[in-house]
Design a protein around this ligand. Sequence first.
Ligand code: GLA
Ligand code: ZN
Length: 690
Amino acid sequence: MGKYEAISKKITHMLHGADYNPEQWIDFKGIWDEDVRLMKLANCNVMAVGIFSWTALEKEEGKFNFQWLDDVMDNLYKNGIKVILATPSGARPAWMSQKYPEVLRVDEMRQRNLHGERHNHCYTSPIYREKVRIINTKLAERYKNHPALIMWHVSNEFEGECHCELCQEAFRNWLKEKYNGDLDKLNKAWWTGFWSHTYTDWSQIESPSPKGEINLHGLNLDWRRFVTYKTIDFFKSEIVPLKNITPEIPVTTNFHDYINLSKGIDYWKFAPYLDVISWDNYPYWHKEKTDAMEGSRRAFIHDMNRSFKGGKPFLMMESSPSATNWQPVAKLRRPSMHTLASIQAIAHGSDSVQYFQWRKSRGSSEKFHGAVVDHCGHENTRVFKEVSKLGEILSKLDSVVGTSVKPEVAVIYDWENFWAMNDAEGPRKEKKDYFETCVKHYKGFWDRGIPVDVINMDQDFSKYKVLVAPMLYMVREGVGERIEDFVKKGGTFVTTYWSGIVDENDLCFLGGFPGPLRKVTGIWSEELDALYDDDVNYVSFKEENALKIKGQYEARIFCDLIHAETAKVLATYKEDFYKGMPAVTENLFGKGKAYYIAFRENDNFLSDFYKSLSIKCGLKRVLDTELPDGVTAKLRTDGEKEFIFVLNFTKDSKVMDLKNMKFKDMITSKEVKDKLHLKPYGVEILQTKL
Ligand code: GLA
Ligand code: ZN
């Protein structure tokens, strides 16, 4: 495997930096020079500048002031710091909202918002688009030859939706195109015969609203698709001037870490339009008994961001060097957690560690958010020292830049599936927990240090040995066939309860669940039992079973009542009226196998299951040795050299047996053999093939 396409030719070192908002400090004489002095001390080499700077750049309509930005960019450049320059469209000046109210969003109750907050603008509004075009053109023209500029940071965390008349009209046009102008087709897809909801004219269609229609699931789903489309359409119009004037400069926009938002955007649709993927990572550390679960949630999202472009490295555009003040409890990162969380990003394919933000705000809602420079204003703080130490570590990782990994395993996480499942009334209102369930399956591999891609159901499955699709409730057209093909050719497929239920219009499959997955799994799901929180059933494995799993496990929340058709039964339920019915099955199909897990586990089941499965499938581990609990190992490679990251997400020291493997410690350059010692929250970065 050669190097992946570099995120930019101009990036040859790991990037280390932060969101930098110097315009908030314009009245503080000398502070910008002090910033640069501190940036160098913190071993920072990049700053993201200009996010939310619109009013500072255009205080009055058409009157532009770039002087301060020129000074900042020049000063950063002179001091060896590169700039990721933002377009300011994440928030707009008050004069614009006042003069052109159409730029303001209308909420689902059909009320126009007041000026304020951010992301509060209509993506359809021609006026907003024109204003963005003007400012982006000015920025691109002014800085096109600036040597500090390495990337465009377009807007900031695109999110939300607008229900104004312009958006309603755009929605109806989008629907007309989707349904080829055939209203009858739409009515069928949305099952509008229900409650006499049939549309007889396109003009009757409105976006979902608690004041109107929220029970047509097909409408809800198409609305979410439209919001994704509209956001991307706006983004595409934003980057026209950037692409025309600075074709060499890559564009990115920072994705959220909220990938389980019921009103989110399908990032799989967005990703192809970005040159570089970047995302904002705000973990909840030190909340659970160990940090291994949160570590694997973060790992899952990192892997998804790397998978968006088939393994191309990405950027961790934001993270907090300490507390995250908008979380319910802004707990400080314990010593060493900063290094661990940052190196975790690198281990999964990030070519940067960046923070929100450089200097802590003095006022407003972010004044208590973790930052590199605290209100005290100097470098003698615990956080500053950790940041600076991390910068030193990153400076030794030039050879890792541009490298990646090709996993043998993929886990499916699919936005449309999530939206549809979330919308369903039943079998349980709460605890559907699609994201958390996917992460728990993923963790089976994380625990063993097996690399994983996180993909959606439209991606190519053929490059994997194992494909895991927990709760694949929606199966879009053709996906069932592609899974069959994957298994026929020798792949191993794992799915669970509540899979193969609806098609892409959220219409139930007729003729027996799991619909298009029935043949490949060799089972028929007759009913799905939803359990109360305190209910428990048990699953026990047969003496002789293909996975050699022994013992009994708890089943909670969901128990699927399935019949084995062509599948072999590996485990059965122990209690209730479905005692003796299959709970885990294996179906031999072509050259491969498909497993169906009928229940939601509550203990070590997934860990045991995936351990057994990975051995059976011969999956390669990053380190061929047992990893202690809470420790994982990740790999990046350029095809020759291998870089191995061993990460300890516990507050205990751990020791690992390296058998006869030998490595170079990339930080100390010393040889590492026999035993690997990990400190609490410790990290080791090793290189093989010296
Ligand atoms: C988001 C935004 C930043 C900042 C941080 C605070 O990620 O992009 O501007 O508000 O949250 O955590
Ligand atoms: Zn609108």
